[in-house]
Structure formats: C-alpha cells, structure tokens
Design a protein around this ligand. Structure first.
Ligand SMILES: O=C(O)CCC(=O)C(=O)O
Length: 332
C-alpha cells in the first residue's frame, strides 16, 4: 500500500507569550507547547475529583457502541447525564448502567448556557473546576471566544474536521494522538461541510478515497500538560489513548465582525466565505442552463480562475511568513 507522507508536529519547550507571538503564531502551523503553566488541574483532575467537584449539572454527551465515531452512518447517539455520572462512565471500561451496550464509549464536548446561542465557557458552566485551569495568555482578552471541556473514554476517536478560530487544545490528563492536515490539502480530504468523509485515517479505503494519500499527515501524541496550537482551518482528528480530560480555548483571529454571530461552536464559516460559497452555488445553478459539454467547459474555466487566484494569494502569504524573524526557541 502507498504510504502517506508523515510529519511530526514540532514541539517547543518553555514557550511564553512573547515567544509564542513572535516565533510560533505567525507561522500558522500546528505546534506542541510543552511546559506552559496550566494550573493545579494537572494534579487535581482525577476522575474521582471531577465526580466530586464537577457536580450534577446535566451534560449532553455522545455515546457510541464503537469508539470510532462515524458521522456519516451516525453510529452514536446524544444522551443527557449528570456530569458526575458521565465522568464515572467515561473513565470505566465496562458499565453496569448503559444506554446501548456495556462497553459503550463516551465523549463530552461541553456547551454553553443556551446551546443554540452561547459558546461554552468553563467559568460559567463549571466554576468550581475552572479556577484550577489557567488559560494561557497568548491572545488579547477581547479575542476570547470559548473554553470547552473535551472528556473522552479510552479509544474514542473524533472525526477529522476544521474550526474557523484559532485554538489551543490543552491535554490535562491522559494521552491523546492528534493527526492534522493542512488547509492546503482540503481537496484530498473528501469534505462534507467542515468534516472529512475519510473516517478510517489509518487504513483508508483507497478505492473510495484515492486522493487521500496525497494529504500530508502531521501527527503528535499529547501528554498531560501539553498544549497543541491548532491554527484556524487546520483539520484535526483526535484519538484518546487513555481516558482523558482536555480543555480547548478558541479565540478570534479575524476581526469580530467577520464571524457569524449565531455560531456557539466556532465552526461556522466566516460571513464572507459563506457569501462566496453561496455565490458559487448560484453560479453552478446558472451553468445548468447550458448543455453538458458547455457546463463542463465553463466549469473547468471557473476552476482555473479559482486556482490561479488562490495559488497567487497563497504564494504571496508564504513569502511574507518566510521573511519573519527565525525562531531561537529550541524544538524539543
Ligand atoms: O480533543 C478532542 O477530543 C477534540 C478537540 C477538537 O476538536 C478541538 O479542539 O477543536
């Protein structure tokens, strides 16, 4: 079988705000930041502590009979549980009380107060726990968008997707493998909205997804205390190697009015992108007025126009970031 090109995500030690903003952030590439102070959560957040301190607030969780969650065939269901009961179940292998099967897997992506409107905020939904987690001050406070609990059963895999905001994913307990793909590989990922249809990234069906092998696979394993910088639009796929607790923090990288205000998840395309995609749909509709060979011909011309434009933009961007001051931080 062909082998997908694999690249380790670069790891940086002893990163502070200045180093992050000068050497890492402008490159717009994922980076593992090791040794940033995340607060007492690193020692405190055992399953027992979370059960005791997290309380009985109801949380909506994903429950799946197999750990590889599949959004195409919906092999999971959403269920509501008290937070303490959820943590108990997610941290055990076999359950005495369950929804689907005694070895079902659990995943929490915490939500805001009004799930349709409010972004998740640990300080609002879990004030007793939020004080244990220090949000790295790597962006301005008015850019903050959300802080989200990511709690998974051992083995739980979340499909490849992108978000539209910059993101620091903190691994507090447990270890997690993260595979990432560049936005420039979007055409090789068989997208359905913000998600890739290639669910089995380790052994993909190449008859169905032949282009997938062209995507460059960036990979890292997060240990407790690690932060992963995931720039907006970078695709990521997570696999919990153990029961684990993470928190991710999204912040606005573009001016605030670029984003859709009705987006509590941080994954709705920016308003201008939505308008452009709608215009494309209208253009495709207009092409339908022509016979097939004309549709094909003018479709190709449209592709060429887009390729020319986006490649020029990307080349200009690459040139501007390659002239940034070089890093004096030691990759670890
Ligand atoms: O850690 C996870 O389970 C998923 C993380 C994620 O999707 C994110 O931080 O955007």
């Amino acid at each position: 079988m062909e082998v997908q090109e694999k690249v380790p995500v670069q790891t940086f030690m002893g990163v502070d705000r200045d180093v992050f903003l000068r050497d890492i952030y402008p490159k717009r590439r994922p980076a593992v930041l090791r040794g940033v102070c995340l607060g007492p959560c690193l020692d405190k957040w055992t399953a027992e502590y979370l059960v005791q301190k997290g309380g009985d607030m109801e949380v909506k969780v994903h429950v799946s009979t197999v750990p590889e969650m599949d959004f195409l065939h919906k092999n999971f269901v959403y269920k509501t549980l008290p937070f303490s009961e959820f943590v108990k179940r997610a941290s055990e292998k076999k359950h005495t009380e369950f929804f689907l099967s005694e070895d079902e897997s659990y995943y929490l992506r915490s939500l805001g107060e009004d799930v349709r409107k409010d972004p998740a905020d640990l300080h609002k939904q879990f004030p007793g726990l939020a004080e244990d987690f220090y949000i790295p001050q790597f962006f301005e406070s008015n850019q903050f968008f959300s802080s989200v609990f990511r709690i998974s059963s051992c083995g739980l895999q979340l499909w490849t997707h992108y978000d539209v905001m910059d993101n620091l994913l903190a691994q507090v307990t447990g270890t997690k493998r993260v595979v990432l793909y560049s936005p420039q590989d979007a055409l090789h990922l068989y997208l359905s909205g913000d998600k890739s249809e290639v669910l089995n990234i380790d052994s993909p069906d190449l008859d169905q997804y032949p282009e997938f092998m062209k995507a460059k696979r960036y990979e890292c394993v997060l240990e407790p205390g690690d932060l992963l910088f995931i720039p907006a639009l970078w695709f990521h796929n997570t696999l919990a190697l153990q029961f684990g607790v993470g928190v991710n923090v999204f912040w606005r990288h573009l001016p605030a009015d670029s984003y859709d205000k009705r987006d509590p998840y941080g994954n709705k395309d920016p308003l201008a992108a939505t308008r452009a995609l709608q215009a494309l749909e209208r253009a495709l509709h207009t092409l339908d007025e022509l016979p097939p060979e004309y549709r094909d011909f003018y479709g190709r011309r449209m592709i060429q126009r887009i390729q020319k434009r986006t490649h020029c933009d990307m080349n200009a961007h690459e040139q501007s970031t390659s002239t940034l001051p070089s890093s004096d931080t030691k990759p670890g």
